[in-house]
Design a protein around this ligand. Sequence first.
Ligand SMILES: [Zn+2]
Length: 201
Amino acid sequence: MQPPSETTDPLSRLMESFQKLPGVGPKTAQRLAFYVLKQPEVFASSFAQALITAKESVKPCPICFHLSSQAPCEICQSKHRLQQQVCVVADPRDVFALERTQEYRGLYHVLGGVISPLDGIGPEQLNIKSLLERTLTLDEIILALPPTTEGDTTSLYLAKLLAPLKITVSRIAFGLPVGGDLDYADSLTITRALQGRQLVS
Ligand SMILES: [Zn+2]
């Protein structure tokens, strides 16, 4: 099904489509549209196919909620990862950021956001129940949530929830810029943050 478009003119429609992407204004949308039109036919078809295939096949992993075309994802399936250690992150982008460090060898759990009452996001909206269901097989949980007020609130909430369990719970030490995303930090900063993680329960 094609989403309804505001216009039927193909060029306008292409520009409108680009403008729906985050951070793309009318000028950039126009530049991208002209760029696509200048490329050989195969460029557009393989670009369109990549969009459709990714959208159809990439889904949240049923165990950790990282995005993957496999279910469970490659990380959950890997025998080389530490099966008793789980790093809790807000977003799939954070998994990529941590993987880039090549420092972390455990598994992940993607919450799908952080607790943010102003945005109507409470614990029920996040993948917290599924995290608790995983705790039976775990020794250690590392909280790697963003260094924001919401990230802190979420870490404290999880630390309290996990405290009665026989699991080591730590938070990564933030040499990370306050208010920044894990995604924007360089690998060395994330590696140090992981190594300097501090016990919370
Ligand atoms: Zn997974």
